[in-house]
Design a protein. Sequence first.
Length: 94
Amino acid sequence: MARKKEDTPIGLKVCDALEIPGEIIPGILKITVLADREVEIYNFKGILEFEPNLVRINTNMGVVTVTGEDFDIKAITDENITLFGKASKVEIGG
């Protein structure tokens, strides 16, 4: 019998079991949304698509899609990206 692929990383399961925050695990996806004006994505792998109304970011948890208006990159490092614009939706997909 084939095993079902688990979606939750083992590190997050350990954090849940020990009741500690998942942010302490290196490489875990973290998204911070400030009102509807700013979206910061921690631990991203690359930009797949960048348009004024759609941004697709590759992460270890799948593709993060941010839709809205007037997007611009406010800051970018090797691990984090901050988008500025009017965000209406943030989705995490496979």
